[in-house]
Each structure stands twice: as structure tokens, then as C-alpha cells.
Write a protein that binds this ligand. Sequence first.
Ligand code: NOJ
Length: 576
Amino acid sequence: MKTNILLIVALLTIGLTNCTPKKQETAVQVQPWWKEAVIYQIYPRSFKDSDGDGVGDLKGIISELDYIKSLGVDAVWLNPIYTSPNADNGYDVSDYRGIQPEFGTMADFDQLLAEMHKRGIRLIMDMVVNHSSDEHEWFKQSRSSRTNPYRNYYHWWPAEKGTPPYRYSLFDEKGDAWQYDSLTNAYYLHYFADKQPDLNWENPKVRQEVYDIMKFWAEKGVDGFRLDAFQFVAKDTAFPKFPDGFEKNFMKYYAMQGNLHEYLKEMNREVLSKYNLMSVAEGAGNSFEDAHNLVDEDRQELNMAYAFDGVDIPKRTGYDLLHLKDVFSRWDSAFAQKGWISIFLANHDQARMVNRYATDAPQFREAAAKMLNTFILSMRGTPYCYYGDELGMTNIGFEKIEQYQDIASINGYKKVLNEGGDVAAYMADLKFGSRDNGRTPMQWNSSPQAGFTTGTPWLYVNPNYLEINVAKQDKDPDSVLNHFRQMTRLRKENPALIYGAYQLLQREHPQVYAYTRTHEGSRLLVLHNFSDREASISLPEAMSAKQILINNYSTNFPEGQEVRLKPYQSVIYKMK
Ligand code: NOJ
């Protein structure tokens, strides 16, 4: 019976597309899956260890797929799992078709993908191709001689031309992106660490190699790619001198240069469109125009990009609510008619969102975590939730440099020392803002090491795991975890939360972030008190408690036109 109905629908659809004029076809537009999806990001080293070596692995993820499904998410973005010497935890790939042995085998990967698909969860792989590892065979060949066929896979500057024009490196301990290599008396370029030489995208062979790698994974059935640092790939290989001090605003000189859009169109033609893959770029350039140029459908480049404006907040003073409202509102309005954005407050390059946008003070932590999850799941765009944020995991706040594992933190420390900078200030910044804060092992239960591993974890487990863990929260209907699940359900049930027009209310309110979402006759009112004090706000019309769809407090159901919100309270009302 079901098959017959499907057949009839299919025949009707074929009939419709064959005889309906083009203009009307667009009226029955089917939305792509990734617009309605909630994406869950997994940092594989830290998610679940199945073999006791202290490092998370693919089998560990497989064992928790039912948990992932229970969150109501639709896709997983997996940070890199390819073979890597691990200078930057997998963002330095030495074999793009291999699995990092610590993470398992290709058979484990195949099983992971099959088990995910069985559960209706899609998989997005991280494609790290601005640079490879210096231990990749291409680089080994490239550096071996100036005439090697792989020489032009990377950017080399012969030393007889003098010192190359200064390029800033994000991870280098001297901040210098040119590394001298005596073997061929030349410098190679590395925007990140010296173990991450930049690939030469101007070389068509490099591009074909990358497309072949993407096809390899597409043939296996992956559903999309996140393109790491992609806005940096195109470069002016004449390497002109940049103005002194350019590094303070390096994005202007590094992002969206040269032929980037041509390369994306080529990648789209050769891979993305052929396999119907979802694509999201890390970084959205320097302007809304740049971002549109990446993602507008008619340009046939990418589906989404994620911009950093919302997460680029000062380390010590923290964020400013009015600024946050402006950033999210501006991005929303720039994409109101065309294109699509990603919504996120955290990822593996940030400290935990509870610390950055609220507080981990025990009396507020749960409400704050629920509020932030309500926020990312009630905005227009595709929400990305970082593992552990569904529990409200917090910063670990290391005190000593020896506790850190992240190359960015460690080399940054050496740089401050080299420059005779303020080490104490640097350590205070790290304590609040380091990437390791967001990479501590997932807190599964109250057994030793939070149930993450039976061995010694690669990074310290946050001691608050006895308080914050999956097992405990799973049982508690009022937990952060169950609120997250409730919220993903609500988003699915209310297209207004996905597609609804967003309108900011009371921009100047110093504590409350309020907005409406309106779609096809339905209007929702969303209120978040981003402060640790009660807040009053006057609403466009009186609301009754019966109109509340979700509330992160079980003790306060604000009613009337003047409502009072508890600290970090978040409420969504159905206005109509
Ligand atoms: C951006 C990634 O998100 C980050 O983790 C990595 O260190 C750099 N790109 C270099 O690949």
C-alpha cells in the first residue's frame, strides 16, 4: 500500500515537472534537508573511548549512537579522523584516505556510517585542505628537491631571492608563516603551525587531488563536508609585501583572495553537486557580500558558511549583550531573502559557551545552559550544537601551561615568552578562553574519568563530572539534557522556528534578548534574560501562561504584558 502511494506521488511529480512551466515549479519548492537539520558536533578524541587508551574513538561513537539519536539531532559533524601526526589534533592530515589508528580502522568507519544512516543520522566530514601535515607524502616529496614533481603542491620561496615578504602565522611561536628549510635552501608557507604547510591551490593538480579525496568519501556515502580554513586557500603567489602591521587585520589580506570562487565553482561542479553533498565553509570572509558570494544558491558554490562575529568576543571583559543582538540581527537580515546561515555559540576552537555567554556559578549554571540552547535552537539558520553543551559542560580553567595540550595555547605561550610579553595576562586569557576548555572529555556518568575511558584520558576530565553527566541528567526530567531534547522537538514541530521571519524587539533592553519568529500565520515570541538578575520587560501584547511552549524554569510562568523573568530565564510563547 505504502509503495503504491509512493509510486503515485512519484508519477505525479514526474508529470508535474514535465509539463508545468518553470515559473510555477519554484512555488512548490522542496527545502534541502540541511535547512531543517540540527547538527551535533563531535570532537572524536574527547567523545568516548572504547579501548582504554585514553583517546576517544569511532567504536566509542558507535556505542553512543542511540544517545545521539535521542537528542533529536539530524546530522553529526565529525572533526578530522584522518591519519595525522596530531600536531593540531587531526587538523594536520598525513593521509586523507586513512583513519587515525587511535580512532580505529576503515572497517570501524564503514560501520559507523552504516549505523548512523540506519538511525537516520547524516555524517558531515571535516575536509582540511588549506594545508596538509608536513608528514604527508606530498610534502615529503615536495621538500626533497626543487625539481620534484610535487614541488608545486606547496608554496616555496627560494632563499636566493632574500627573505620572503612577511606573512603572519596563527600558530607559529614567532608568528612567522615562512619556515626556512635547508634541504633545498628555501622557505615554505604555513598560515598555521610549521607542521601544517599550506597547499598550493593555484596548482590544478592539487585541486584535482582534493576532489578525488572528496569523491572517495562521497562514494562511501558521507553526506557533506565542512571545509576547514577554506577562505584562506587562494593566494597571490607573487607574495607582494603587505603593509606594516597588516597582521592586526590579517583577515583582510588572507580571506577570500584571488580565484577562490572559481575553485569553489569547480569543486561544486566536480564533486558537491554530483553527489548531492551538503557543504559548509569555516569562515565567511570580511563582509555580508563575501558571505553571499559563498552561499547564494544561484552561484553554485556552497550551502552555508559560518561567520565568527558572534563568537569573537573579548577574552577578559566578555561579550556585550547589545553587540550580540546586533551581530545576530545583522546576519539574520543579510540573509533574510537569500542564502542561509549557520547558528552556533561554540565549537572546538572556543571555550565552553556557558562560561563565555553566561556563568558556571552553581546557582545559575543549569538555567544558563538551557537558555543558551534555547537561543541557538530558536534562531533562523542551521543550529550547530557542540558535544557536551547539551549537558551544560563548563570550562576546566587550567592554571599551568603544562596542563594544556593545544598547539595554539602552547605556541602562543612560547610567543609571549619570546616577545617578553605579559605571561600572567596570557595565562589568565587562556584560563578563560583556551580551546582546551572546550575539549575536555565528554561526561557520561559518575564512574572514574566520567565514564569516558577506563585508562588515562588524553586531556583532564573536568572534576565537576559528578555533578554534570549524561546518566544523571537522563533521569531528571528538568535537566539541561532533557530541556535540549524538548527544544529540538519543539523546533521540528514548529516550522516558524526554522523558517520564520525574525524580528528583534527592544534592542536597547540591557538584560533581555527578545524576538519574534513569524511564519505562515504562526508567530512565536522568544525571551531570554541574559543576566544573573531578575529582569522586567514590557511585551507587545499580554501573554498567558497557557501560551508558553517551553520554559527553563518550573517555578515561574510569566504572564501579562509586563513580565518578570528570573535570572537566565528563557521562555517561548505562541502568540498565534
Ligand atoms: C580551523 C580549525 O577549526 C582549527 O581547529 C584548526 O586548528 C585550524 N583550522 C587549522 O586547521
